[in-house]
Ligand binder design. Structure first.
Ligand code: BGC
Length: 742
């Protein structure tokens, strides 16, 4: 094995103060924690050979890139991300290495975090996962993901924060800060306009500047400028004709230019495609699978990476400049001095009870109550029978889904959590009802469940319906899972309906006339044409280790639901803004090497489309019920400094304590361009006791009124009338106040 940590004796002695005159003055600057990061970077850089510099710019194993052995600067360890710390993998394989001490806390999927609309919980999430990464000696966490949900079919919607750039931007900042407070770099991904998995490595996203700046860039900008992210991952796709891992406009002009990003750009694994562009267009570390990334090659070929031998050859014959290399190395060294060699030591924590408690809290607070005619909280009579139907009541979901696959210490399934609550008081019976995904392993991580099933589909339905006749109440727990074609990396979904014949099963259960509560577990929008047949509907997510407890807390009323949809649930796919193949999944054009995809809908993504075109939806963005009711009253607006203060009173008008998210939408009444009818520009989640009320206040600046004028390359707030709309979803506006920009 190569020893990467041999520090030259002289340096060790110097660092320890053991030099000839025993003074500290000879400690090399880069090893001296009292020096600034920039001083340490410059000092380390000045001691490095060209070869050492190039070695830092590319992978040396599946998840590590080189440090500087001669200086005792450790390798950089990367890890997925974004829902927990991936199990250790073999040096050069995706499969887990088989360690027995790397089972992590599985946190809820990021879409679940987004559904909490709670910035404090986002910080808690970041802090906990950052601590787990640090404990496992990881320096760069490959997450969070914040690509916008442009089509409900997107396979990785579950790993992202929904359809709105403001919500994503507000939620990503505390996550990034929480991670980095542990001396771990958050690597925000996947930059940018990477909104589908279908042909993700061969699709050119053609997006106009206004749409880019208003929809696809703001959350990344927030992560970098407000969150201070130390790393960014380039995405697989092309944007306006150039691959994103070395896209000049994205990386050089916008990220490092306009936003002043001083961190490190990491390629997606195998996303680097060109020697010369990789050198000059802003990429700092090339990570990957094999040489030529996606196209496959012999194993252990890291020396043949674009930023390895081809780079050295170009430096040798003058085609590449050392100044550009130095910029990359400075960024990489900065990452080291911010993380593993930070002046402030961090030790991390792993699978602590606090982490599982945080996972449970986040999972619970993101669960969304979509419909309730009084069937919830569950009312199972003493000695009665609760029939649970559906694979997702039983199937473990932490394993699978792609690079976010985790090995966790434990996972509470909904069925077990129900038994914990009801055993001894009522009978809980489970019927599978359908077969979805019977697999129980991913990259050699196994759940240990047996999901084999010999009954055919019609028998499964008949068995469930027969059991329903004996039950007091039916709790259906189905939805999607993380297998290919569902919520999964590298494939998109085929449609937005429930798969595996679940609709037929739900109809059969409804036909029994028993109270029917449906829980849809998914990471992306599922249309529900059967909705009026259910007495109550709950949207739950991949909740991680504590998912079962979280769901059952909401179903039983132990916790009052307060989650809000981070995306729109349409009645039908065709209702949405994507109408043509050129919009999605892209088209092949004469003479063009890659699939061309035109973002013709422009800024009209998600609720911006539905509200502007007045198209009814099944459940709107921002929507979510509670076991109590809230009222918004006494809205007011007044000028304040350069902007306005918008205030209103939120009151809990029901009989139980709970939280509501007051959402502020701005509507531009007279713009010179077509603008969405309303856009989210503020939100506050407020917890109130029954009868309690609280004044909520939003600051509205010109930025909240602006649209991006591509011609001027500037944000423009046009004088005229605006409306501040306060509501509990993007369609439930409870109060409106007007103001004028002079
Ligand atoms: C995914 C990234 C992930 C990387 C490393 C890629 O295929 O797109 O999100 O971080 O693999 O596992």
């Amino acid at each position: 094995m190569k020893l990467n940590f041999i520090i030259p004796l002289a340096l060790v002695l110097a660092a320890a103060g053991c030099n000839s005159n025993n003074s500290k003055k000879d400690v090399p600057v880069y090893l001296d924690p009292s020096k600034t990061v920039e001083q340490r970077v410059e000092d380390a850089l000045s001691r490095m050979t060209l070869k050492e510099k190039v070695a830092m710019t590319h992978a040396q194993s599946k998840f590590s890139s080189a440090g500087v052995p001669s200086l005792g600067i450790p390798d950089i360890w990367h890890t997925d991300g974004p829902h927990g710390i991936r199990p250790e993998v073999l040096w050069d394989e995706w499969d887990q290495a088989g360690w027995t001490n790397d089972s992590c806390t599985a946190f809820p999927a990021l879409i679940n975090l987004a559904a909490t609309w709670d910035r404090e919980l986002s910080h808690l999430y970041g802090d906990c996962i950052g601590a787990e990464a640090r404990y496992r000696k990881k320096d760069i966490l490959l997450g969070p993901g914040i690509n916008i949900c442009r089509t409900p079919l997107g396979g990785r919607t579950f790993e992202y924060m929904g359809e709105d750039p403001y919500l994503s931007g507000q939620m990503v900042v505390p996550y990034v800060k929480g991670v980095q407070e542990n001396g771990v770099a958050a690597c925000v991904k996947h930059f940018a306009a990477n909104n589908q998995e279908t042909r993700r490595t061969a699709t050119n996203s053609i997006v106009d500047d206004r749409t880019m700046y208003e929809i696809y860039l703001p959350a990344f900008k927030a992560a970098v400028v407000d969150g201070g992210a130390w790393a960014i991952m380039g995405s697989y796709n092309l944007y306006n004709g150039q691959f994103n891992c070395h896209n000049k406009k994205l990386l050089v002009d916008i990220l490092k230019g306009e936003w002043g990003f001083d961190g490190v750009v990491v390629s997606d694994w195998g996303g680097t495609r060109d020697d010369d562009e990789a050198i000059v267009n802003g990429l700092d570390i090339e990570m990957g699978t094999w040489t030529n990334g996606l196209r496959g090659a012999a194993s252990d070929s890291y020396a043949a990476y674009h930023l390895a031998n081809p780079y050295l050859a170009r430096l040798a014959d003058g085609r590449a400049s050392e100044d550009v290399l130095n910029d990359k190395v400075r960024r990489i060294l900065r990452t080291v001095f911010r993380t593993s060699m930070s002046a402030e030591p961090h030790f991390g924590r792993f699978t602590s009870p606090e982490h599982f408690a945080a996972a449970r809290k986040i999972a619970t607070d993101g669960i969304v109550l979509l419909k309730n005619d009084g069937a919830l909280p569950l009312n199972v009579p003493e000695g009665g029978k609760l029939l649970v139907v559906g694979e997702n009541a039983y199937k473990m979901m932490v394993v699978g889904g792609g690079s976010s696959n985790l090995k966790t210490k434990y996972e509470i399934i909904p069925l077990d959590a129900l038994h914990e609550v009801y055993d001894g008081k009522a009978t809980v019976v489970w019927e599978r009802g359908y077969v979805g995904d019977p697999t129980t392993d991913y990259n050699k991580v196994v759940t240990g469940q047996d999901l084999s099933e010999s009954r055919p589909a019609d028998v499964l339905i008949a068995d469930a319906a027969a059991a329903a006749k004996e039950a007091d109440c039916i709790l259906y727990i189905g939805g999607l899972n993380k297998s290919a074609g569902q919520d999964n990396e590298s494939t998109d979904r085929g449609d937005i309906l429930l798969p595996y014949g679940q609709e037929k099963l739900i109809e059969a259960l409804a036909a029994t006339g028993k109270t029917l509560v449906v829980v849809n577990i998914s990471g992306s929008p599922v249309a529900m044409p059967w909705a009026d047949k259910a007495n109550a509907i709950v949207q739950a997510w991949y909740g991680g280790s504590e998912s079962g407890h979280a769901l059952v807390d909401v179903l039983t009323g132990a916790v009052n639901p307060s989650g809000k949809l981070p995306f729109t649930v349409p009645f039908a796919l065709a209702d949405g803004p994507i109408k043509t193949e050129r919009q999605y999944p892209g088209v092949r054009e004469e003479g063009k090497q890659w699939w061309q995809e035109y973002y013709d809908e422009g800024v009209f993504v998600g609720y911006r489309w539905f509200t502007s075109k007045d198209i009814p939806v099944q459940y709107p963005f921002g929507y979510g019920l509670s076991y109590t009711t809230f009222d918004i009253a006494d809205a007011a607006v007044k000028a304040s400094g350069d902007g306005w203060k918008v205030t209103a009173t939120l009151k809990n008008t029901g009989s139980v304590a709970g939280a509501e998210v007051v959402q502020l939408y701005i509507s531009d009444k007279e713009a010179s361009v077509e603008r969405p009818v309303r856009e989210l520009k503020g939100f506050e989640k407020i917890y109130l006791e029954p009868g309690e009320s609280r004044r909520v206040e939003f600051t509205v600046g010109k930025d909240a009124l602006s649209w991006f004028d591509a011609g001027k390359h500037a944000w423009v707030a046009e004088p005229g009338d605006f409306e501040a709309q306060l509501g509990t979803s993007s369609t439930d506006i409870r109060a409106t106040v007007n103001f004028t920009l002079k």
